[in-house]
Design a protein around this ligand. Sequence first.
Ligand SMILES: [Zn+2]
Length: 568
Amino acid sequence: MTTLTTSEFVPLDLDASKWENLQPLYQALVDRELKCSGCLEALLLDRSELDAAASEAYANLYINMTCHTDDEQAKAAYLTLVENVLPQLKLIGFELDKKVVSCPHTKDLDQTRYEVMLRDLASDVEIFRDENVPLQTQDKKLGQQFSELCGAMTVTFQGEEKTLPQVAKHLEETDRAKREEVWRLVADRRYQDHDKLNDIFDEMIKLRHKIAQNAGFDNYRDYMFKAKHRFDYTPKDCEDFHKGAEEVCVPLFRKLNQQRAEALNVDTLRPWDLAVDTKGREPLRPFENADQLVAGTSRIFHRMGASLGEMFDTLRGGDSLDLDSRKGKAPGGYQEMRDRKREPFIFMNAAGMQGDLETMIHEAGHAFHSILSKEEPLLHYRHSPLEFAEVASMSMELLAHPFFDEFYSDQSQADRARRTHLEDLARLLPWIATIDGFQHCIYTNPEHTREDRTAKWLELDARFGAAVNWESLEQYKQVTWQRQLHLFEVPFYYIEYGIAQIGALQLWLQYKKDPQAALKNYQTALTIGGARPLPELFTAAGLEFDFGPQTMNRLMNEVQAELDTLPL
Ligand SMILES: [Zn+2]
């Protein structure tokens, strides 16, 4: 493996999980005299290596904890870092940002090379307010309250106490009465806490509005556009996305709902009819263990394009994969780059399901991004904005479609996997528009009452929701937004998935026409990392940076055409 040291400043054996080890190095950077633009560039490289060391220490402890949730020591080590090191890093990082932004030599730097970084740092410095730090902490604490409240929700099902995720799989039961029972159990349990959740959300909105005002903004939406470095698209572009979802995706989505109702032989769909397989089939089981998953995924990537297969194979054999589901492992899946040694890591709970295969392919896309951009000297540029990072992963899910035969000897099973994925796109884009539209409205109308908020939610559901009959279930429908964690814990983070999905679909179209050219574009764009503004990353991949109705129409027509070739 290459050692890509670009700076001698950070000792190779530094234990960067301890603040007492990091502090003198960071302080030296803050105190360093900058005589010319050369000194400034050296500072940026040294800082980059130090940040990478700190980031990798975090990644290692996080990985260790999620792989061993029953190891108290691993958990304690992670929490110590979160509580003692991260806040200090934030403070001193801000000192360094200010030093760079206010340095008279920044104007002598190569403006193209440093454009993105200087733009990001300047806006972070511009919106920072001391008085917002405790407010942001309070907001985080409210987020914890939300997550504790939801985590504590249980129901008694078949005589046993179960968490809501545990009973969710019973929504796939072929017996309609059983599904209804489970659905009502869960909805009732959530509804019990709906006032508490409303209280938390009211408080969050107040806090967030105050944070925005302190920083000199009219509202939290405008503040968050800057805080999230959304320099290249506006609220108007988000509205275009909503319009596209409404005009293009919703009709397709509702047509699929109609087909579902017919297949289930019911007059109208009820909320408990959405997860069951309409033919009563068992779930797909593409593999049995992680070795099979890795071997099959490798074959998929080799067939998709030789260089992808080779890149995927570099993840095998070392310490880059922990995929099998086992006791003592955290839920979910993720890809995490270890920023100093520049090697990706993929975590999963593979249990043999089609969803696991999709996660594997998705996270591999993130790993390709990490690998292709690892020669970039600046850490700031080795990660790209989420709107593009998810193109790297979501596009792989689509490009893998023709190669599902690696996992299914039966053509009808591969077709079923493809159909499920494409149908889900028609559902997902309107849901993203719903959540995003809700947030735009909430934060630009901070004076709204709960009744106003409910009315807006129902209006959005009428515009984007499934063709489902909620008769006599209206009170549950009014609070379905409370299930969406992002609204509480990561405000305004959601449209990114939509923008990326539009990019991924475009790359899929390219690949159908000319696989070689599409993969060349993919690799070229991923190699840039985050060194250029978002629209240029799209351009480098041969994608239009546009997510309005016209682009969406072109893409969803293709999804529809593909669906027409797949059996119902
Ligand atoms: Zn992802």
